[in-house]
Ligand binder design. Structure first.
Ligand SMILES: Nc1ncnc2c1ncn2[C@@H]1O[C@H](COP(=O)(O)OP(=O)(O)OP(=O)(O)O)[C@@H](O)[C@H]1O
Length: 319
């Protein structure tokens, strides 16, 4: 229970999940989640971050009741996803990572059908608001097959929200979508969060997580390796970051420490001496340095620090 006596919006208690191992060894299993404990309170905007394969989608599919945990307990608004599935599912709106649709409906029909699935009648006003807020009004009568990827993503969001769930889960909702949709989507989701909806977001866009999430958990090889408020995570990062533009390839030793995006290089620097040292090494490699800037670490720097501090399990197999 939370301090106010309400159940948490989402609770994972000692959740583990193993899958049959893909190595083909008889009886061997792969540990995708390892005793995950997380409690997300009503009204939070919570980020779940982790590298590919960390277990984020597995956690969400367990939450949505699409797969069962091997052990542990999971609940949504106090409803156990195993023993009280219908109530748990009704409390949840999940925007999945994959674009999956019934190709026979137009957009409005799909939303009406989905309302029926949740036994919501007289939903026309909310469906209109969803279409309007997600920039879909002029696509209401378009067939799903005829929509672009970005438009399909908007429909997925509308479908997840059609029954006004108190808890909204977004699994990488902005993967491969344009700037306009991102802005529309975040504006709308932030508005719903202000109205009291709880939001759980997984994303690889760490600047989005930094801007939106009040609290963040980081997963690595199936384990929670960091869990704190976004501001505490940011202030926990040590040192500064040297950001500069370089006109060629960095020496290997520096490259292994750097975030490199094209010609922009970002290196963690404990102090001014480290900055000088980096600049000398870059110049000695015959490269020209421009646009030098020293800045505080952002969430991506914190994420990389946390991932480096926690080696994770090389072998997640169980026999
Ligand atoms: N049905 C399955 N059978 C076997 N292994 C699986 C299955 N689903 C997921 N896995 C494995 O479990 C691990 C966690 O996968 P999951 O999709 O949850 O990670 P993720 O954090 O969501 O990754 P990404 O960022 O790439 O989406 C991966 O190693 C994946 O290969």
């Amino acid at each position: 229970m939370s301090a106010g006596g309400y159940p948490p919006a989402i609770s994972f208690q000692s959740v583990s999940k193993s899958y049959p191992s893909s190595r083909g060894l008889k009886g061997e299993r792969f540990l995708a989640l390892d005793s995950v404990d997380l409690e997300i309170q009503p009204g939070e905007f919570f980020g779940l971050l982790g590298p590919n394969g960390a277990g984020k989608t597995t956690l969400i599919t367990i939450l949505a009741g699409l797969t069962q945990a091997s052990s542990g307990r999971v609940s949504v608004m106090g409803h156990d996803v195993q023993t009280d599935f219908a109530a748990a599912r009704r409390a949840l709106g999940v925007v999945p990572q994959e674009l999956v649709f019934d190709p026979f409906f137009n957009v409005r029909e799909a939303l009406v059908f989905q309302s029926g699935y949740f036994s919501v009648r007289h939903n026309a006003a909310w469906i209109d608001e969803l279409l309007e807020s997600l920039g879909l009004t002029d696509k209401a009568h378009a067939n799903m097959r005829a929509l672009s990827g970005g438009m399909k993503r908007r429909v997925l969001v509308a479908l997840a929200l059609v029954h006004k769930p108190p808890v909204i889960v977004l699994d990488e909702p902005t993967a491969g979508v344009d700037v306009e949709l991102r802005q529309t989507l975040w504006h709308f989701i932030a508005k719903l969060n202000k109205q009291g909806h709880t939001v759980l977001l997984t994303t690889h866009y760490l600047e989005e997580a930094e801007a939106l999430c009040g609290r963040i958990a980081m997963l690595k090889t199936g384990k929670v390796v960091a869990l704190d408020s976004t501001s505490a995570l940011l202030s926990s990062a040590s040192g500064n970051v040297l950001r500069c533009t370089v006109d060629g390839e960095l020496p290997a030793e520096l490259a292994s420490k750097a975030r490199v995006t094209g010609r922009v290089v970002q290196l963690p620097a404990v102090d001014a001496l480290a900055v000088e040292h980096y600049l000398t090494q870059i110049r000695q490699a015959g490269l020209t340095v421009r646009d030098i800037e020293i800045r505080r670490p952002d969430l991506e720097d914190v994420f990389l620090q946390v991932m480096n501090q926690h080696p994770g399990r090389d072998d997640r197999s169980l026999v």
